[in-house]
Design a binder for this molecule. Sequence first.
Ligand SMILES: NC(=O)c1ccc[n+]([C@@H]2O[C@H](COP(=O)([O-])OP(=O)(O)OC[C@H]3O[C@@H](n4cnc5c(N)ncnc54)[C@H](OP(=O)(O)O)[C@@H]3O)[C@@H](O)[C@H]2O)c1
Length: 296
Amino acid sequence: MRILLLGKNGQLGWELHRTLQPLGKIFAVDYPEIDLTSPDSIYKTLQEYQPELIINAAAYTDVDRAESEPEIAMDVNGRAPGLIAEQAQALCAGLIHYSTDYVFDGKKGSPYVEADIPNPINVYGRSKLEGERSVSQINGSYLILRTSWVYSLHRESFVTKVLRWSRKKQTLRIASDQIGSPTWARMLAEITAQVLAKASGDVVHWIKNHKAIYHLAGNGYANRLEWAQLILDYDPKREEQITQEIQPAVSSDFPVAALRPEFSALNCNIFNNTFRLCMPDWKVSLRLALQGEGFF
Ligand SMILES: NC(=O)c1ccc[n+]([C@@H]2O[C@H](COP(=O)([O-])OP(=O)(O)OC[C@H]3O[C@@H](n4cnc5c(N)ncnc54)[C@H](OP(=O)(O)O)[C@@H]3O)[C@@H](O)[C@H]2O)c1
């Protein structure tokens, strides 16, 4: 199978580039080989590689910068996925696309299910919701995997930031009023590859038979402070830490451009029951992520 991976240098794309290898011939690209703000670039790349499956891990993910660059965010996250889906259909290819918990407003107070109505509260969330809609409207062969609080040790993430702060600051102040489902990029990539490995015979047809939006994130949830505390606890080089305590803070203590949902944990039961696969508890993944891996 010819698989085209978009966003190979991102947190998730970096992992997918590795986990997808057993599934076929992988063509992996990122900006500037492909520029998702350019319909021409999207068209040329897809024509060049003639994939049977496209995995779109590329996105505009700077949630705060998106507030001042809404057009770019909308082009990359909203319009490009629709163009990719359109091209995929013309090539008779399948599409795996990723979306976000930030399509929700965070006011529900319990984990979101797929039937909950999105109501994004920032530009990034609106642009990703537009992407979901544009992929679904083409109605080809697609899976949209909505995930949450993605981290990796290979690119800057909340986990690498906390580890770095712990080497520099005696006291950390971390918001305890944002709750989500931390998701290790490698586990998300592993599960994506395993879903595809389940497709027997015609993958494109198999994906079409399962086409839908699915929630797929680390099992369980935590607030940012709880997450930070466990990062420090599981740090394999604890002796390098100088942090003595973590103090609770509220999001408004750290003024940023974009509002964040307060509670955006995802309920993944539909994914688990459909594909007979499930994400481990977020704490298990975090421990595995930190075991034996240096961070950049
Ligand atoms: N990060 C999270 O916490 C989170 C949470 C929920 C859902 N998600 C979703 O999960 C997926 C993967 O996220 P991630 O964290 O792996 O993202 P990431 O690390 O930011 O990687 C995204 C990749 O897309 C590339 N990209 C940005 N603009 C582009 C453009 N115009 N043309 C081509 N490529 C471009 C980036 O390149 P540059 O680095 O050069 O910009 C980067 O390599 C995305 O769909 C994201 O929306 C992420």
